[in-house]
Design a protein around this ligand. Structure first.
Ligand SMILES: C=C(O[C@@H]1C=C(C(=O)O)C=C[C@H]1O)C(=O)O
Ligand SMILES: [Mg+2]
Length: 463
């Protein structure tokens, strides 16, 4: 690469964030593997790496290092805090002309008011970062950006060092194959609090029959112990091979790594067009085309699953109604078929009203009745009361927003937390009046399956 071609880094100042200066530079690079770029940061940026790929595979994003972290530790006002700090920071960096925008990536915990013991020790209630190095693959083109956000005045040396590091990362990602990892052996698999989980479904069903709530999503966890720690790059590469039809995400917080392959979009905004998906109601895939179609048809006509689904459509439509105009919601759900499971699926579209932004939608949508319940507050308090664990970031929004306000958040299901030689996997289901504990238990196994295939730990009779 020829350093002569670089223009000098741009510098913006702003009254509120006056102390900060934002320096950035983007170059287009020849296409390379995003996972190789992620892995190239293994030494220098361990604990500060992030990964995202959308469901359509048209947008892949990798962040290495933290140029700036925006996190929230208080249970209240975390969505506003992230939004306001990001907007303040953006005042200095927004440049409509710029083809590649700096991106803030991160996620939220499911419920900051849950006081149960948590294994999510390194994840605050909201955890976002602008990376030092950002790689974007959009269609056929790839870009690497440097972000330096600092209060120092003399940044020449620092920026120069970042250019060198960028060149090293690009070189390393372009020449080296992704390391071949040995899949760690699962030495133990534990269903955490299985009996309490089954019991909680009975109780919650009774509460619903007594009309205290209409729907409540109850989840459970599996714990795997490995013979050695699993590398995040390896986990991501496995999951991208196994789940091509999902959003892929990964985020490190020090020595913990949260990742997954979720089919569920919470909300996407592009040029003020907002899109959400209602995804609830499930049945397995069939072994033959005929059985698969029959299962799908049954699902489309099943009263219990349709009611699970309808709560989600109603709530997301209400939130969209408040934030957008020209809303469009199909009258009946379709099927979304992914590798192990099929779901009822209804897309919701709208055009954002003035004054509404992506993070407002995230705040008002989370959790939809696909992961929380209906009514929202009653469901949340029933989850706090009856669910046997602390969800951490499972079932919560994870995603990105750029300097223009475009971005996308997924619902972090079909996911796992890696912590040294342990992994925690999560799955749940929507409980309505006519739910049955054993059927819900079986449904969670289908939802665990993709992560078990990625991590190992499925029993020999499971495919
Ligand atoms: C709760 C999960 O999935 C959610 C629950 C579903 C259901 O109960 O039918 C379907 C899709 C998701 O909205 C999970 O995967 O853990
Ligand atoms: Mg269900």
């Amino acid at each position: 690469m020829n350093s002569q071609q670089y223009s000098s880094p741009e510098n913006f100042t702003d009254t509120r964030y006056l102390a900060y200066r934002f320096y950035t530079e983007t170059i287009e690079v020849s296409r390379m593997s995003a996972l190789a770029f992620f892995e190239a940061g293994e030494q220098q940026f361990k604990g500060k790496r992030m990964f995202w790929q959308n469901r359509e595979k048209t947008f892949t994003w990798v962040g290495l290092g933290h140029a700036h972290v925006i996190s929230a530790h208080s249970p209240h006002g975390r969505f506003e805090q992230i939004k306001e700090e990001w907007q303040s920071l953006c005042k200095q960096i927004v440049n409509e002309e710029r083809e590649v925008q700096p991106i803030l990536f991160g996620g939220f915990s499911f419920d900051p008011l849950n006081e149960k013991d948590s294994v999510w020790t390194k994840f605050p209630e909201a955890y976002f970062a602008v990376p030092t190095f950002q790689m974007i693959i959009k269609g056929e083109r790839a870009y690497v950006s440097i972000h330096l956000i600092t209060k120092d005045k003399d940044t020449f040396t620092a920026f120069d060092a970042l250019r060198k590091e960028r060149d090293r990362l690009i070189h390393s990602a372009q020449v080296s194959e992704l390391k071949k990892y040995r899949k760690p052996l699962v030495v133990k698999r534990t269903e955490l609090k299985k009996d309490e989980y089954l019991d909680s479904i009975k109780k919650v069903t009774a509460v619903i029959k007594a009309k205290q709530a209409e729907k409540v999503v109850i989840a459970r966890a599996l714990k795997l112990n490995f013979d050695q720690p699993l590398a995040p790059a390896s986990a991501l590469s496995q999951v991208s091979e196994e789940q091509p039809e999902s959003f892929l995400f990964g985020m490190e917080a020090e020595n913990q790594f949260f990742f997954g392959a979720t089919p569920e979009r919470l909300v996407k905004v592009e040029d003020r067009q907002a899109l959400s998906t209602c995804l609830a109601g499930s049945t397995p895939r069939g072994k033959t085309v005929e059985i698969d179609a029959a299962l799908g048809n049954e699902l489309l006509n099943d009263k219990k699953n349709r009611s699970e689904h309808q709560f989600v459509v109603k709530m997301i439509s209400q939130v969209f109604d408040a934030h957008s105009s020209k809303m469009f919601v199909p009258k009946t759900p379709k099927l979304m078929k992914i590798r192990d499971i099929q779901h009822l699926y209804t897309p919701v579209e709208g055009e954002l009203k003035d004054g509404s932004n992506l993070l407002d939608l995230v705040r008002d949508l989370h959790p939809t009745p696909a992961l929380g319940g209906e009514p929202k507050q009653e469901a949340m308090s029933l989850i706090r009361q009856y669910e046997t664990m602390n969800r951490g970031y499972y079932a919560a929004p994870v995603g990105w927003i750029d300097a223009k306000g475009d971005g996308e958040f997924a619902v972090a299901i079909r996911s796992a937390l890696l912590d040294g030689k342990d992994a925690y996997l999560y799955a749940g289901g929507g409980i309505v009046e006519d739910s049955h504990p054993e059927a819900e238990y079986d449904e969670t196994w289908v939802k665990f399956r993709p992560m078990l295939r990625v991590l190992g730990g499925q029993m020999s009779d499971e495919s």
